[in-house]
Design a protein around this ligand. Structure first.
Ligand SMILES: Cc1ncc(COP(=O)(O)O)c(C=O)c1O
Length: 423
């Protein structure tokens, strides 16, 4: 078992010699040192988080220089049950002894689709793929084809994958018109949503939403009941499909889909990230009403039928249920939040810990230039815990009591080393 205790707590810099050499090499051979945005440690600021992870187990990662960390990024979500979860790993490896891909269907493709359709109420069919981005793009196409309408209404900043049309980030290299058919409105703004719906009567193919407003550099906002009621009403009145992007929040808000926490049943449900506990598998699920919309769309890739990730997904779902992963993550997240608030009080900080227990977002009050949250993350990483300063964190089922205790000790010390507001 890897331990996060390092011999020089508080003293070791982020990125040792091997990490620094790898950054130099990356800058030579990866454009811009890597164009992966939030998947690069540089997204957090230079020298805040370790750049290169060599190994991982449970809720702990080891960087290329051998320094160990408690990890609250969890691969930005895919680490749901713990890195290297034995049941999932064994299922994957067992399947990997057979050919990984072929040009024709495997029984597993049907079996996993059946498991997913059985699991999610209201869902009647599934398309399997590799990434969340792919199934989000497909969901938009299915809704447009089914309704014969061009527009998708989404919400400000919400990330819906790397397809330039659905990504909220600037999209250099893409004609500006590529985004003309996606309208974004502010989260929880019922008036703006109604206005857009009325202005585009008969043109809206789908409403596309995450179950939380959870974007970089901001607190997490839950959906207000009036907002959900308006979505439901507009969807019905306008005959628009409802697409729920559960790629990030899936498995962490409700075991049967985060729409259950919202009281909605979507027409199209996108899953990814945690579905394979780190192995590449995603799924678009849909209701019967949208089945014809999905027919006849050319959506294929030579590697979509790779079987070991599908087997990993089956094992992930079994273990998630059998090991009460949701309850474990919720408990760990609640303990973490309480401890962080106590640590802040003890060190003279005022923090904002928003979001559900399983996906907290930590920000410091009176921190307009974000120096406090970034400083805290740097101090914590030096001491052996990765707390992202710009993105929401993820709890996994391997964050047990001792991991949370250890993390809180580190957080207290890191807050103690972070200047308070007004200093
Ligand atoms: C809400 C949301 N939707 C879609 C995606 C895209 O998924 P993927 O990275 O698997 O392509 C992400 C990834 O971060 C996400 O957070």
């Amino acid at each position: 078992m890897i331990s996060a205790k390092n011999s020089l707590p508080g003293a070791s810099p982020i990125d040792g010699p091997k990490g620094r050499v790898l950054w130099d090499r990356a800058d030579r051979v990866l454009p811009g040192g890597g164009i992966y945005l939030s998947r690069s440690a540089r997204f957090a600021g230079d020298g805040v988080l370790p750049g290169f992870i060599a190994d991982a187990e449970g809720c702990r990662v080891t960087d290329v220089d051998g320094k160990q960390y408690l990890d609250f990024v969890c691969a930005n979500g895919p680490n749901l049950l713990g890195y290297g979860h034995s049941g999932v790993k064994q299922a994957y490896l067992q399947q990997a002894r057979r050919p990984a891909s072929s040009n024709f269907y495997s029984p597993l493709l049907v079996e996993l689709a059946e498991v997913l359709v059985d699991r999610y109420a209201g869902m009647d069919w599934a398309v399997l793929a590799k990434t969340g981005s792919e199934v989000l793009t497909l969901a938009g196409r299915v809704a447009r084809k089914a309704t014969g309408r061009p527009l998708i209404v989404a919400f400000d900043q919400a990330y819906h994958g790397s397809d330039a049309e659905l990504s909220p980030w600037p999209a250099p290299g893409v004609p500006a018109t590529r985004r003309d058919h996606v309208i974004r409105v502010p989260w929880n703004d019922v008036k703006a949503l109604r206005t857009v719906a009325d202005q585009h009567e008969g043109q809206i193919a789908a409403l596309l939403l995450n179950s939380l407003d959870q974007n970089a550099f901001q607190p997490t906002f839950f959906a207000e009941p009036g907002f959900i009621a308006a979505i439901e009403e507009i969807r019905t009145r306008h005959g628009a499909a409802l697409i729920l992007d559960d790629v990030r929040q899936g498995f962490r808000l409700h075991p049967e889909g985060s729409h259950r926490a919202l009281g909605l049943v979507p027409d199209l449900l996108c899953l990814g990230k945690g579905l394979g506990n780190g192995y590449s598998v995603s799924a678009l699920l849909g209701s019967d009403a949208l089945r014809d919309g999905a027919r006849g769309i050319m959506f294929t890739s030579s590697l979509h039928f790779e079987q070991p990730p599908m087997r990993a997904a089956m094992a992930t779902l079994d273990a998630y249920d059998n090991e009460c992963a949701f309850e474990k993550m919720t408990r760990a997240g609640l303990r973490l939040r309480e401890g962080l608030l106590a640590a802040a009080r003890a060190t003279g900080h005022s923090i904002d810990c928003s979001g559900p227990p399983t996906m907290p977002t930590l920000l410091f009050e009176n921190d307009p230039d974000r120096s406090r949250v970034v400083g805290f993350a740097r101090e914590a990483a030096r001491r052996g815990a990765i707390f992202h300063p710009a993105l929401n964190w993820f709890i996994c089922a391997a964050h047990d009591d001792s991991a949370i205790d250890e993390a809180l000790e580190i957080a207290r010390d890191a807050m103690g080393a972070t200047p308070t507001a007004g200093v």
